[in-house]
Design a protein around this ligand. Structure first.
Ligand code: ADP
Length: 172
């Protein structure tokens, strides 16, 4: 049985795609913990725009400058993924009241599944609290001219062109 390390955290999600809101949580998490592992969920039942490998690739290239952050894909329960990398903390971002409710329920379930793991929540920064991957995909699908500029307010530069290319592929 592995020993959990409190200074090590996982931050898990679909990251379909990674947004400036996610990146903000990752940057802040990297300052709080000695090591932060970003877990890209690969749930075959959840329909995503990007394949899991691509979501890992885009996330990895975006956080490459953060030395104590690594990115891995995972399948199954977050608590098991955290254990597999010896992390003692599940880091989450919270945007709204409705997020809070969902996150509260999830953290209770996770604490039943693995009482040794602690969930830590960071409030979304004001300037990113309206950003969700779902909303950004809608904007990308509906944007015509100037889509790159429009998306720059929501996405890291490294994600904008790959998203627009994927949208074009999906349309054709
Ligand atoms: P999921 O598919 O599990 O909902 P997401 O990729 O949407 O995963 O989000 C992963 C985590 O990041 C969640 O804790 C979510 O609340 C948080 N998050 C998403 N968008 C933002 C944002 N704009 N600001 C802060 N946290 C966010």
């Amino acid at each position: 049985m592995s020993t959990l390390v409190r200074s090590r955290a996982v931050y898990c999600g679909s990251f379909d795609p990674l947004t400036l809101g996610h990146l903000d949580i990752i940057r802040r998490g990297a300052r709080l913990f000695e090591k932060l592992t970003v877990g890209v969920g690969t749930n075959p039942d959840k329909k995503t725009l990007f394949e899991p490998e691509r979501r890992v690739e885009l996330t990895r290239s975006t956080v490459a400058e953060l030395p104590n952050v690594d990115v891995r894909s995972f399948r199954g329960l977050t608590v098991d993924f955290a254990r597999s990398v010896d992390a003692g903390v599940l880091l989450r971002g919270v945007r709204s009241l409705s997020d809070t409710e969902t996150e509260f329920t999830m953290s209770l379930a996770n604490s039943v599944l693995d009482p040794d793991l602690e969930s830590v929540f960071l409030m979304a920064s004001e300037k990113y609290s309206h950003i969700s991957s779902t909303l950004i995909k809608q904007i990308a699908f509906m944007s015509g001219d100037g889509a790159t500029d429009k998306l720059a307010a929501f996405l890291p530069d490294s994600v904008i062109e790959p998203l627009l290319q994927q949208v074009r592929r999906d349309r054709s």
